[in-house]
Design a protein around this ligand. Sequence first.
Ligand SMILES: NC(=O)c1ccc[n+]([C@@H]2O[C@H](COP(=O)([O-])OP(=O)(O)OC[C@H]3O[C@@H](n4cnc5c(N)ncnc54)[C@H](OP(=O)(O)O)[C@@H]3O)[C@@H](O)[C@H]2O)c1
Length: 283
Amino acid sequence: MSALSGKVIMITGASSGIGEAIARRLAQAGATLVLTARRADRLEALARELDPSRERIMQIPADVTVAAEREALVAITVKRFGHIDALINNAGYGQRGPLELMPMEALRRNYEVNVFAVVALSQKVAPHMRAQGHGRIINIGSVAGRIARPLTAVYDSTKHALEAISDGLRGELAPFGVQVVVIRPGFIATEFVDAANTASAETMADYGPYAPYLDEFRGEHAKLRRWAAPPDDVARVVEKALLARRPSAHYATPLHAKFFLFARWLLPTWIFDRFVRLKAKQR
Ligand SMILES: NC(=O)c1ccc[n+]([C@@H]2O[C@H](COP(=O)([O-])OP(=O)(O)OC[C@H]3O[C@@H](n4cnc5c(N)ncnc54)[C@H](OP(=O)(O)O)[C@@H]3O)[C@@H](O)[C@H]2O)c1
């Protein structure tokens, strides 16, 4: 029997990519899961596949940016399973585009999902975890939480904010036996790029003078994403963080993520800037 057997774990953004992979891995380990995301059909199919008896996996469709839906998520979980051992804040997406042209509403929306919902959901589960004297909050950050680049600065800044919030929360909840961990994935093969492209197309039809740079950025980015690792790489690290008696504050995966973080730490900013500077596509 796994040490996770019977543990009640809530996973946000479980309808695809990393969240789905975490759900698969933790279901295998015997955990009791609450899966949430907006796409109800995907959640339903996943929950049914992982637990045909529907005894230990429940799906609750919800938008993490809606307060009433977050409230219901926690209330239904506690009512059904009695407690929450871990919350995995994974739901998120990337807003792209030059800051000069970024509608403030697009910026705010990215913060609503990637930062504010994480804080708000953590606020809802913290009283339960404090009362029981244990719990783990695992935030899916990114290498982008330590490295900011042109044209992705909004997303990168949300992940930087998540790092700071996790650092603060880790200290605040430690006396109560609740641990806070950040996972820093590098490139992972999920629906992330499609979601980023959709979000960016919806918010910015015209990139104006930045258009040639964005084309080049997309090409370079697509090349780099050839290194993308399967989402189970992240799921494996999440499982490790859940099982560790004393989890680290941060975990990076796969190897290229560790390399990027090390390079950013090592290199002076003026050299690093040369690697990420904008280039215009030759037309
Ligand atoms: N893929 C990468 O290269 C990479 C690298 C570093 C970090 N990350 C981080 O990993 C996390 C998961 O991303 P992914 O790569 O697995 O991308 P993905 O396949 O696009 O999954 C994103 C998940 O977030 C959910 N979501 C988005 N907005 C939501 C909202 N308002 N309410 C509830 N759920 C919402 C989506 O579900 P619905 O659309 O059904 O709501 C989906 O399940 C994100 O936090 C991302 O920033 C990804």
